[in-house]
Design a protein around this ligand. Structure first.
Ligand SMILES: Cc1cc2nc3c(=O)[nH]c(=O)nc-3n(C[C@H](O)[C@H](O)[C@H](O)COP(=O)(O)OP(=O)(O)OC[C@H]3O[C@@H](n4cnc5c(N)ncnc54)[C@H](O)[C@@H]3O)c2cc1C
Length: 397
């Protein structure tokens, strides 16, 4: 065989899988389709703004991310955890900024809240569970838009149990953190390890079984063999790549949708913005789901924002105008613009049955499948799946 372990996809799930394998004595080759590693972790540097960066995707780690923290300990990166300054989120509704609490219906919340403790989360959609637990009007005006802002896609049909998973917090670690030059430091540190080789610009187009191992076919016609294989790509790619003998799993994974997100990044000179510091915007009725600011790590010269737009809602120029309106900014004052395509799985009620079908067919084999579509979309959800698959395939806890 050419390689012991090949991983397809250099997002946090794939690099995490390579990390766990490499530390257990299985050198790993990671093949990444794009020219950049990190996937949804993407700290974008604005070329005309010195070192100033803004997160185009993932922006926050928490002290409840036990797997991520253990990986950062392995990498000797804990000293780089950087606190995020507190700032408020604002609602963007009817073309105006408002306090988040302005959308709350307190009486309805008080009457409904006890139901949150008696309503079953498992098997319920977000709208069903939270609509009951906090009241229909509170869900419509506040929680629904907030959840949609969080997962950058319509949230009503999302499985309630996958939105927030209770995870123990580590009291010795900052409650929420970033890194000094953005979260992209994490994939960079993972990929820089001795027993991990990462090749970018390598799209895998097919997988075939080869005895107990696998052969991986690349878009450029190359073919590589391996003893162990980890698929760490979105579900639409996994369904294409799964070997044909996993037919039922292939069909089940094929039903998982993907949400496209058109992310607009804007940088301004601090002096050109007359806007109080803010964490971000929750949009109730505009063409974007949410905006996340870089204000949590103040820069003396610049402020940056990532606006996450609904797919196809607006042309690029109109997106800039919309974002500037929400920020109360003059579009002529934008120093730099970048457009980034983000994608997240669009999970639906009943998703657990798809995972169970896949896991049943993977059992006993050397093929691992990981990603942000098993336990939820967070960095921790992604990494915990990678660690669990590592234990199953390599036989280590
Ligand atoms: C806007 C946004 C904000 C977020 N904010 C947070 C946050 O603050 N905190 C948090 O915990 N989580 C956040 N998340 C979620 C989290 O960042 C992602 O769910 C997680 O990073 C996904 O990692 P992944 O490796 O599973 O998938 P991805 O990051 O999507 O990586 C998959 C990789 O596979 C590659 N690939 C696909 N097909 C192929 C192929 N055929 N061959 C080779 N390579 C292939 C892709 O190019 C990609 O690099 C956010 C996500 C987004 C989009």
């Amino acid at each position: 065989m050419d390689y012991d372990h090949i991983v397809i996809g250099a997002g946090i799930s794939g690099l995490g899988a390579a990390h766990f394998a490499a530390r257990a004595g299985h050198p790993s080759l990671v093949l990444e389709r794009s020219e950049r590693i990190g996937g949804c972790i993407h700290s974008h540097r604005f070329a005309r703004c010195g070192d100033f960066w803004t997160e185009a995707g993932s922006h926050t780690g928490f002290n409840s991310y036990g797997t991520l923290l253990s990986v950062l300990e392995d990498l000797d990166q804990m000293a780089r955890l950087t606190a995020k300054d507190e700032a408020p989120y604002r609602l963007w509704r009817n073309g105006r900024l408002a306090k988040v609490t302005s959308a709350l219906h307190p009486l309805e919340a008080a009457v409904s809240l006890p139901r949150l403790f008696t309503t079953r989360k498992t098997g319920a959609s977000v709208a069903e569970y939270y609509g009951r637990g906090i009241g229909r009007r509170n869900y419509r005006d506040l929680l629904g838009p907030a959840f949609q802002a969080l997962i950058c896609q319509p949230a009503d049909d999302y499985p309630a149990e996958l939105l927030f998973r209770r995870k123990p917090r580590r009291k010795d670690v900052l409650r929420k953190f970033t890194m000094p030059t953005g979260l992209s430091e994490i994939p960079t540190a993972l990929a820089g390890q001795a027993d991990i080789e990462v090749r970018t610009g390598q799209e895998v187009v097919a997988i075939v079984r080869d005895g107990p191992g696998y052969r991986v076919q690349l878009a450029d016609g190359d073919e590589l063999g391996c003893h162990y294989l980890t698929l760490a790509a979105p579900p639409n790619v996994v369904t294409r790549l799964l070997p044909d003998d996993l037919a039922a799993a292939k069909a089940a994974v094929g039903t998982v949708g993907m949400a496209e997100i058109e992310t607009l990044l804007l940088a301004f000179r601090t002096s050109d913005l007359d806007l109080p510091r803010l964490a971000g915007l929750i949009s109730v009725d505009d063409a974007f789901y949410s905006a996340v600011s870089r204000d949590y790590l103040a820069d003396p010269e610049y402020r940056g924002f990532a606006f996450h737009f609904r797919p196809g809602a607006l042309a690029p120029e109109a997106r800039i105008a919309t974002a500037c309106r929400a920020l109360g900014a003059d579009p002529a004052k934008v120093v730099e613009v970048a457009q980034v395509a983000n994608r997240l799985p669009a999970l639906r009620k009943g998703h657990q049955a798809i995972v169970e079908q896949l896991d049943a067919e993977l059992a006993g084999g050397r093929l691992a499948v990981t990603g942000n579509w098993f336990y939820g979309v967070s960095l921790e959800d992604s990494l915990s799946r990678s660690r669990q698959e590592h234990g199953r395939v390599f036989g280590e806890a």
